[in-house]
Ligand binder design. Structure first.
Ligand code: BES
Ligand code: ZN
Ligand code: MN
Length: 501
């Protein structure tokens, strides 16, 4: 199920922002040492002339990030409306992406908008395009009487002095692919959990992959509960067996000719996390439809990489289950036999993510990739540590370093967290099985989880992204991040693959 807002047409143009024929023109404002100053679009500044400084002062414009001011131009410009958006102190890609996102919501009823934000480089053009596309995202699937469906502009022009440069055009087109992938992640996360059970989620993934496979060497395999039992995916079965909706495992392989590297991706696909018999309190359960964000992220990153035709082979493993309470649910003390044979003593049914990821990680190692990256809404402890906007990254130094660099170019915030040496001893401390799922120590719970996952990576280069915090925005929109599922991780993974290629 997807939402169906009108999608505007985006174009790239070199034009005078004071003379463009759109209904609104968006210009960035910097927080300068001597007060606010226009960051781009000199022609707009010239058209207002000396009046500009006084005008900005009386409107209270400061240029601080996220600030939006609408100015009727009264004929000074060809556009009736000037939208000033704050960039903060520097016109860097992160600030421009955020400003473009805020601007997207500033003029909901304009039918055409020109974006005259700083866009002299490919990196900035990408930031403007992604920021605007993502900032204007709405989810209207269940809003039957709502009028937001008609509120997107039909024409968006990205103004840049470099509209004819090849790498700028490429960045503009790639930004639209990535933003489309992020929007689909948001749609899947925002969909009601009853409408996105594991079988329905697997169907949605297969349908999306089929579209991309028309133009790229991409194959999809879906394993149902019987095939999972035959394979011996005991973790996925164990978590899924408490639900009326059976579990799934989806595997995608994108194999371009002469790939320069082979990347394996694994994503947590818990379509709803009640906590199982270790039931969550009601307020902790409220947003647990988002517990499949990691799965959505790796799927959409794979499809974007295939659509862009990056020269990297990608093997993607997506375990899906619904963590519920019933007479058939997994119990404390149960021993899970994972794919590949390792065993885990299960004690906390709310630590279900690591159980399904373990099977998928072992399958990933069998593909013999150069690196494995898993993405998961894994622990509340990581949210306590890093807050709700930053991804925690753990694993082998080389892959972690690559992920942090990619997050930087993608404009996503990520932070390296350690896996303390003592954790290995703790995850191997079960008296009845190979591994102990949890040891009830709350401190550093996100790091314990990473140490547990590492047991299934066969020593291959690997990074684990805990996105429990940044995957869901409970508040109102900020910059290009809208309420609900955020789509975090897609841009980082695509940039990681791009850097390999
Ligand atoms: N899906 C949750 C983690 C989560 C918490 C995601 C908050 C998003 C926001 C995960 O399955 C979970 O319940 N983890 C437990 C692990 C614990 C039992 C070791 C947690 O963090 O409490
Ligand atoms: Zn969970
Ligand atoms: Mn849980």
């Amino acid at each position: 199920m997807t939402s169906t807002p009108r999608t505007p047409h985006y174009s790239l143009r070199t034009a005078n922002p004071a003379k463009t024929r759109a209904e609104a023109v968006v210009v960035g404002v910097l927080q300068g040492d001597k007060g606010p100053e226009l960051a781009s679009a000199d022609e707009v500044g010239k058209a207002f002339g000396r009046k500009l400084r006084g005008l900005l002062a009386s409107l209270g414009v400061t240029g601080k990030p996220g600030e939006v001011t609408r100015v009727p131009t009264g004929g000074t410009l060809s556009t009736p409306l000037l939208v000033l958006v704050g960039l903060g102190k520097e016109a860097d890609a992160a600030g421009v992406r955020r400003a473009a996102g805020a601007a997207a919501r500033a003029v909901p009823n304009a039918t055409s908008v020109a974006l005259a934000l700083p866009a002299a480089t490919a990196e900035l053009v990408r930031a403007v395009t992604e920021g605007h596309l993502l900032g204007s995202y709405t989810f209207t699937t269940y809003k039957k009487g709502d009028d937001t469906k008609e509120k997107a502009p039909s024409e968006v022009v990205v103004l840049t002095p470099a509209a004819r440069r090849k790498e700028v055009v490429a960045a503009f087109e790639e930004a639209q692919v990535v933003a489309g992938a992020v929007a689909t992640v948001r749609n899947w996360v925002n969909t009601a959990p009853g409408d996105l059970t594991p079988p329905l989620f697997a169907d949605a993934v297969a349908a999306a992959a089929k579209e991309v496979a028309k133009g790229a060497p991409l194959t999809t395999t879906v394993y149902d509960e019987e095939q999972l039992a035959e394979l011996g995916c005991g973790g996925i079965i164990a978590v899924g067996k408490g639900s009326a909706a059976p579990p799934r495992l989806v595997e995608l392989v994108y194999e371009p000719k002469e790939p320069v590297a082979h990347l394996a991706l694994v994503g947590k696909g818990i379509t709803f996390d009640s906590g199982g018999l270790t039931l969550k309190p009601g307020n902790s359960m409220a947003w647990m439809k988002s517990d499949m964000h990691g799965a959505a992220t790796v799927v959409q990153a794979t499809l974007a990489i295939a659509t862009l035709g990056l020269p990297v082979k990608v093997s993607t493993f997506v375990p899906m289950a619904e963590n519920m309470v019933s007479g058939t649910a997994l119990k404390p003390g149960d021993v899970v036999v994972h794919y590949g044979g390792k065993t885990t003593e299960a004690q906390n049914m709310d630590a279900e993510g690591r159980l399904i990821l373990a099977d998928a990680l072992v399958r990933a190692t069998e593909a013999e990739p150069d690196a494995i990256i898993d993405v998961a809404t894994l622990t509340g402890a990581m949210v306590v540590a890093l807050g709700d906007r930053i991804t925690g990254v753990m694993g082998s130094d080389d892959v972690v370093g690559g992920v942090l660099a990619a997050a930087g170019t993608a404009g996503e915030q990520a932070w390296h967290m350690p896996i303390p040496e003592i954790m290995e001893e703790r995850v191997r401390s079960s008296k009845v099985a190979d591994l102990m799922q949890v040891d009830w120590v709350r401190w550093g719970g996100g790091l314990y989880a990473a140490a547990f996952l590492r047991e299934f990576t066969a020593g291959l280069p690997w990074a684990h992204l805990d996105i429990a915090g940044p995957s869901f925005n409970n508040g109102s929109a900020y910059g290009h991040v809208t309420p609900g599922g955020t789509g975090v991780g897609v841009a980082t993974l695509v940039d990681y693959a791009r850097a390999l290629g």
